[in-house]
Design a protein around this ligand. Structure first.
Ligand code: SAH
Ligand code: TMP
Ligand code: ZN
Length: 407
């Protein structure tokens, strides 16, 4: 393939095999029409970019039945309250008197509702109609569209230039980031900032959390790759702030070249990335070996438990779990069901492997002997909530950073 960022020829360093749409929960009537593609990660030596070879069309993933609602996690709600406070401080600190903040992928309004409540001018750009409708119920102003240069031009003409464009867990979804950079250029004021936070490549490599790789995540970013991309469009990275969310994320702050001072964190993060070898192909060969070992160990554990007659259920039908389940070949004979609190997933079957998804009440009614923690990025919140499960002898299976049993 040609690298989407720098155009250099780059090849996959491994394949996770045939994959369905990560959030494509299905009913039995839909089994025969399920969409599959090959999930293969690529590292580009030209720009240190990490991406996947093939991404299904956006309309197959983001639509009126999009299954991911940001509000399902209380910890994420608290995180976005902090994020909103931080962003407001940053924008007001830069001297904006009547700030205007635009968020891409605003989902159910988990972040922008704080701007709405404070009476600050804002706009969400959210193509999935069902989650956007939920945001409106929380007082958030949003348009049901994909972010494009044309839309950016329209917003700027109708509402003026933005002081900040913010995005969380969505930049990594968008294949044509050159288009996004051009759109940001149209919409941002001269001292405006572009802020986004996404799962971090450094954490993924360190923890072998390969489940960050799935259809929606066409990229996994590093400060190195983000700088390389946006410098082509007149922007520079002015700050980089590590976050604990989603198993390890990074918040990138960008601005027009020379518009703001660069925080020392930028050079520090880049130096750490070089020390970790994020710019070197051999790092990804090592990552591949770690993925293969993780798969073997998880399968062996599940097969052993089955042979011992133990009941195993999954906890959290996460988008990430689609990669683990289909790469490892986990089927309903190894996992009875997966419990999930999201109504739209319940009563359906997981993409590809067709493991039943049941409401949380099913987990409480018939607690398994072992719970496989697919929502491992929410482990603290979940362990706190599930004290009874552990106190009654229930055990947890985790696979990040290593396959292990807790309890
Ligand atoms: N920001 C939220 C939601 C992340 S999920 C959070 O961090 O929890 C990603 C969201 O981005 C989805 O709601 C999806 O519909 C939306 N999205 C996908 N492509 C987009 C695009 N090109 N422009 C704007 N939003 C997009
Ligand atoms: P995420 O990892 O993409 O944030 O998705 C988390 C999924 O896990 C979502 O479908 C909701 C589900 N979940 C539960 O079922 N119980 C919980 O306690 C939490 C935190 C999440
Ligand atoms: Zn490249």
């Amino acid at each position: 393939m040609k690298c989407r960022i720098c155009g250099r020829e780059a090849q996959p360093f491994m394949s996770f095999g045939r994959m369905p749409i990560a959030n494509g929960f299905v009913t039995p009537g839909q089994f025969k029409d399920e969409y599959f593609f090959e999930l293969a990660p690529v590292f580009c030596e030209g720009c240190s970019g990490f991406q996947i070879l093939e991404q299904p069309a956006a309309q197959l993933m983001f639509h009126e039945n999009y299954a991911f609602f940001s509000r399902t996690s209380r910890r994420m709600a608290a995180h976005f309250a902090d994020f909103a406070r931080w962003l407001r401080g940053r924008v007001e600190g830069a001297g904006a008197s009547d700030p205007f903040v635009v968020e891409l992928g605003s989902n159910d309004g988990i972040m922008l509702e704080h701007f709405a409540k404070a009476g600050i001018r804002h706009l969400g750009v959210e193509p999935s109609a069902n989650v956007a409708a939920e945001a409106r119920r929380h007082g958030v102003d949003c348009v049901t569209e994909f972010f494009t240069p044309a839309l950016a031009g329209r917003i700027a003409a109708e509402r003026g230039r933005a002081d900040a464009i913010s995005a969380a867990n969505v930049m990594c979804h968008i294949p044509d980031l050159h288009d996004i950079a051009r759109a940001a250029d149209r919409l941002l004021g001269p001292r405006g900032i572009l802020v986004f936070e996404e799962p971090y490549l450094g954490d993924m490599i360190a923890k072998t959390s390969y489940d960050q790789i799935y259809d929606e995540h066409v990229y996994v970013f590093s400060a190195l790759s983000v700088s390389n991309l946006f410098e082509r469009h007149g922007f520079e990275l002015i700050d980089a702030l590590p976050q604990s969310t989603h198993g390890g994320s990074m918040r990138y702050v960008l601005a027009r070249k020379g518009a703001h001072a660069k925080a020392p964190a930028v050079a520090e993060v880049v130096a750490r990335e070089r020390a970790q070898g994020l710019h070197l192909p051999e790092t990804y060969a090592g990552f591949r070996r770690n993925c293969e070992r993780s798969k073997e160990q998880l399968l062996k554990l599940l097969r052993d438990l089955k042979a011992q007659g133990r009941r195993v259920a999954g906890y959290g039908a996460t988008s990430k779990s689609t990669t683990v389940i289909n790469y490892c070949g986990i089927d309903p004979s190894l996992i009875e069901f997966i419990s999930d609190t999201t109504p739209i997933k319940q009563g359906k079957f997981t993409p590809g492997a067709h493991i039943p998804v049941k409401p949380y009440e099913a987990f409480c009614a018939q607690p398994p002997d072992y719970a496989l923690l697919f929502a491992w990025n929410h482990s603290q919140e979940i362990f706190d909530k599930e004290k009874d499960f552990s106190d009654n002898g229930g055990k947890w299976i985790v696979y990040v950073p290593d396959v292990s049993v807790i309890g």
